[in-house]
Ligand binder design. Sequence first.
Ligand code: PEP
Length: 255
Amino acid sequence: MKTKQLIVANWKMNPRTPKEARALFQSTKRTAGHLTKVQTVVCPPAVFLGLFSPLVSRNCFLGAQDMFWEKEGAYTGKISPAQLHALNVSYVILGHSEERALGETNEDIQKKIRAAFEYRLNAILCIGEKERDHEGHYLSFLKEQIKKSLGKIPGKELGRLIIAYEPIWAIGALAKKADTPRALLEIVIFIRKVLSDMYDKSIAFQISILYGGSVNAQNAEAFLKDGGVNGLLVGRASLDTKEFTEILKITKQIK
Ligand code: PEP
């Protein structure tokens, strides 16, 4: 497990223009530059990656929101890990629930994770249930997502794996509410247990786990302090310069 807290900004399909995107990136980079204990990753839409590629710095990295598993060829509309690597991109979000909702399967995600590792990209595997039922079926669902997305990838190849727990009911504009740090802590323990059973304890503890879902400047501290996570995946709040700057500063204070 890495010692730095990892804060990932998922801009989704925002903003509209390169001018707005550049201003947002520059502001994030300015704050991130002062925070040596925080690793900030900005994941803009792919059309802006080339724009930011020369601006990557020691504390502010570039991530993609998705990619395909082939390195080149006749795959209209797709982006390859080789292309991301060539653009100074070092992280890629995979298995986001918005991609899964469009038909992406755990098997597709596994191929993408393998391809990401081949190009030394850090893969942020998103998992999350639609509902948290009282019978605990959501735990079996999460376990299946982890098992099928990692499949037979050997433990020794997981050095660049990060897991982002993003309950679907807590993310995006239709979110009911954020999770609670207490419930999150239980999930984090559960994820580590699943990884420990699949691999071993040292691998389970080497993998960073992030929380995503309605994170803002009011709740970030509690998730980081009491949720057992190694960082946050931030959607809407990463588009608001003031709010995101605040989240980064809060993260810096976490011991
Ligand atoms: C996301 O969709 O990855 C996300 C974390 O969204 P939000 O922070 O807007 O809930």
